[in-house]
Design a protein around this ligand. Sequence first.
Ligand code: FPP
Length: 247
Amino acid sequence: MNSSKEIDIKDLEPVNLPAHVAIIMDGNGRWAKKRLMNRITGHEKGSDTVREIVKASREIGIKVLTLYAFSTENWQRPKTEVSALMTLLERFLIKERNEMLDNNIRLNAIGQLERLPKKVFTALQESINLTEKNDKMILNLALSYGGREEIVRMTREISQMVKSGSINENSITPELVSQHLYTGGMPDPDILIRPGGEMRISNFLLWQISYAEIFVTDTLWPDFSREEYIKILKDYQSRERRFGKVE
Ligand code: FPP
């Protein structure tokens, strides 16, 4: 008999769920190394975890799930690894289309998407178009994404507006800045989860995570499970968020 009580979605308070969950998926390489496998096998296992966590997020009622799948810095990894990651991504985008359609999930992507190989870019665009009417959850993939690059891009856009006279500098507010980031129109992440144990932000959503609750777990991404995810969300629900104020 299994006497340990397993945590499940019903243990979460539906009124106090994070609207936006952001995850830095880390530890695929270490997971593989521990098993004397190559890093690519780690990424393959990591994409199974992506599937499981997307499914769990939709069941839980998360509105936006942002996954850091490929950073601007990741282009500097060995060519074989970059190309394996791109293949995995393309496979995911095609294979998961029906699942996204059946579950009312809208796909979105943030980052320098024009740098993606043509095949991946096309698969991405097709999945985005096919799911654009879905409204239960946004699966937001950060691809060739870097927070500093995003801020520079926003600064250029807003400078252009000032230069052309369509706004003056006093119209530059935090809200305007938010609108001109890739995530414009989305709520900021309430929670940032980082598997793999590193205490770093790694150029992820620098502006948007100002008030996010941060959870770092030593579990490597391929081993991250629905159960641990729910436990973290339960812990999130017990935190008092003050946004710099006193209660
Ligand atoms: C970091 O682990 C992970 C990545 C750079 C890639 C994340 C990609 C996936 C989980 C799979 C493909 C994505 C989708 C959306 C299907 P690491 O390689 O830096 O691990 P390490 O720190 O242990 O070396």
